[in-house]
Design a protein. Structure first.
Lengths: 299, 299, 299, 299
């Protein structure tokens, strides 16, 4: 008989918005929460018996109720509340994984309102909390953060084979859409949790600065610079993983029109969609184990 | 024989990025340019003769060459250069319409680099320039600007019929993703053009402030407030058109869990995807003619 | 005071699925319905008074209730029921426009079930019904229908200017993603309506056959062939409008690798995303007025 | 010093179309190919030395050249050619992973053309070939296959806790968008490869039939039925993995309008977008090891 392997289930993409009021000043928390549970679930697969199944509808209700009962201090803290609840309250559930995307809002600049907001930025903050009843794993990160260096990037000295036509480049645009995840060392309820929001802000800053300040001979080098900067500066983080599409900007050949295209007064590029180079790697603290999967997945 | 009606053609979505260098300080212009030409084009439809057809490939080349030859002072100015060129250089072309999306970048905050950038914001600035050889029409705007008021919005006193179940609301969230277009009064080469970039910045500011400062009894009222604020404050603009999806946020019923959900310490909402209310209208200067189509189209 | 121009409102994208049972054999109707109403709506914009406003929530309820009360014989017939209702039951509503997308399903091929289905095809059937209390306009069509001719397409004899680099082509791939709309002559309640479903099936067939059978000297010629075939063969249709992106397939230059790429045993192409040519035109019955807007909009 | 962990790189989403001609009858292969290489790549990350790096541009060229040199018998066979080439021709490359999506086309039904096609179906066939120089792993599958059973689905007998409000269901719609992967037992060059195209067609058929023929007490049970049917009927496959979003169809409450919504003449449902249940599991042959990751990733 075919065997059941790893399995998980839950309600995905619960869109929860919480508004709190501090007098006339309002605050928004805007999350997309996905629940994934696993445990003693063989029977529901083999026979359809739901005796051990907490319905995905209930996991949805729990997300909304917890937003009220426990508040949303940070995405990480909210995920920890949820994961603990599912594993400790339901005997058949042995593991809970909570994934959360958080969307940022900033105040509209007007003296007359403290309750008006505009969605901020392109990138999405994300986190994944996993709990097995005794140990925690928290992996946070971001995606859709588009960055560009307009110089200080080269690419040469590479292998040439029969299929190589690329000319070497001594000054090119380097642009990418960063998808990054970082795993916290914290795993034990007995230890104090990091300050999740401050950690996010600092880690994002280091990532951006390392991108900006690295004179790049390859996107791999820039990736390592970003990862090692985070490991060096943020002791609460043990491991980073990056997926960096190389968003190619090709210098347009304007010679047929009698125009030079690399004079100092401005260069014109074609921003290509596909194909794109894709550079992925893990950078981690010496002595730590790599746990983030090679393929980053969205929610 | 079936008759040929309105027709137009050109290359769409030319992604052009121009980098200029002011010493160590670099500047980015990042555009998506679509060209649409019409004129004496019956023959190519009836017989396939391309004798009057400037290939779409050539319109693409022209976009890139013009970015070098004329620079990109603003999306509007760049579109004017292109439209004038096509209509005046090719006898069979009687009308050119150039649509441009512009993507904003901001500098990465680091002392060591003046050539590192991060994509800014969610909204996209857009413009459409139309030229028929004698008269200009410039319609600019933005899309994907997501805004929210967390209070000062009501909805009641509406028509009830057999199919009405909605309870009246005295305090609700009002959120929308603004798609707006505004038409400039400028149409004559002999008159001075507006300062396109300043006009955009000011118009966007007025739009946001009108959204924030309007105590709303309906999304239609808020729409009119946004449009009339622009008409009142920006004399270069004669007409505005808005498409405002009502991004519903439903208060979650937490009563089954023994929780109240409208206490002052925080209310929990479900952010719905579909269906959504869709409110569309034109607001224009008294005495001006409405020219922006009822259905806003993206690029 | 700024003036209110054209305005409309309603609930967009109501996803309604109706299942009917004919013994063990089930049938699916799967629609996405958008309602847009206009009329005597100045006050809601100027003062926020909702006294004339039938809430968008009510329009949503009406869609679902009508699916039960009137059934869904075809998307067009369903839209006619809805449009008539809004205009005739609410005095302030003077015009209703109903847009519907329909998604096709086919039966899963198995002897044991008559109630199992798989979503069919890529294209979406769509219709727009407009009623002003006396006269009807029905525009149906399809979108996302991707087609390709692998030969019998040329492109040469076009205008050359300073910016032209494209070599002439005597044998190229012609591929496009058809977005088409066709307007029915029917407008009067006193006349019999077309057989909407049969008309759709026949029109789609003619469109595809005209694409396949036209030896093409330009995509414009192919467009005209598709439109005129429909006008010639379907007397219930007075006007067609097409938006045809030219999905470029570029022959790859394999010469650097010592390979010829146009030998009879197979040619290799790069399928490009952007930019793309965009060819748009109306083809209509002699003596009829063009009413479909130049820019086709989705839902 | 921070340590480099798992890393890989290559060109993603190379869109390659190959047309072959058998007299007047043409054939299309339409693929999206992503290359990912790993091996002795520490230096490029640490110092930026590209001495071991075959550029992603070269991997792109290789894809196009191989389409000519080796043809595209099947996506799997094409991926095997590519993976073998990268690992055996470049000493620093120790592992190659090729991911391919294949898009299906069918002939347009017309007597006059054997070279006209329309894109078929919604689902995408996909495969991933991994080679480490000695052993192969081939995981094929499909995604975006939307299916629905309009009856023979129940859901009851589940756990109730404080947050449960869902009523039990004795007859509901069961709809999902199947993402499935299956791993072949073949791993050794010395053994004969499966007939990849026939295996795909048969596996897809079994998957659909198991979906249609299973009287479902839970989506988990249906998932297991699909996986075990494949394992039972296709001896070349050792492991399956499914990711099944539960596309909820909610019976609309029409009681406020005096309508019953569960009579035999047709029931009306609201097709919801988010949130959705998400059911994921592996089903494998007894004695085999599970190797497909828990999170299926696209391309």
């Amino acid at each position: 008989m075919p065997i059941l392997g790893q399995n998980q289930y839950g309600k995905a993409e619960n869109r929860v918005v919480k508004i709190t009021r501090d007098g006339a000043t309002h605050h928004i928390k805007d999350l997309n929460v996905s629940v994934s549970l696993s445990g003693d679930m063989d029977e529901v697969h083999y026979s359809g018996s739901n005796a051990n199944v907490l319905p995905t509808d209930t996991t949805k209700n729990t997300v909304y109720a917890f937003a009220k009962e426990h508040g949303i201090e940070s995405a990480e803290q909210f995920g920890i509340h949820l994961a603990r609840h599912f594993v400790t309250s339901q005997e058949p559930i042995h593991r809970a994984r909570i994934r959360i995307e958080e969307y940022a809002w900033e105040r509209i600049d007007t003296p007359e309102s403290r309750h008006s907001f505009v969605r901020q930025g392109q990138e999405t903050r994300c986190t994944q909390i996993t709990f097995d009843g005794s140990s925690w794993e928290v992996v946070s990160g971001l995606k859709d953060l588009v960055v560009m260096n307009t110089t200080d990037s080269e690419f040469w000295g590479y292998v040439k084979d029969r299929y190589t036509t690329l000319p070497e480049a001594r000054d090119r645009i380097l642009a990418t859409e960063v998808s990054a995840r970082w795993r916290f060392g914290w795993s034990d309820d007995a230890k104090e949790t990091p300050d999740w929001d401050d950690s996010y802000a600092q880690t994002r800053k280091h990532l951006l600065q390392a991108f900006a300040e690295t004179y790049s001979l390859s996107l791999q080098q820039t990736l390592y610079a970003m990862g090692s900067r985070i490991i060096d500066r943020r002791e609460e983080i043990d491991e980073t993983r990056f997926s960096l599409p190389n968003k190619h900007h090709f210098l347009v050949d304007l010679a047929p029109f009698g125009l030079e295209n690399d004079t100092p007064d401005g260069a014109v590029y074609f921003a290509a969609d596909r194909p794109y180079g894709l550079i992925e790697a893990t950078v981690l603290r010496d002595g730590c184990e790599a746990k983030i999967p090679a393929d980053l997945t969205h929610l």
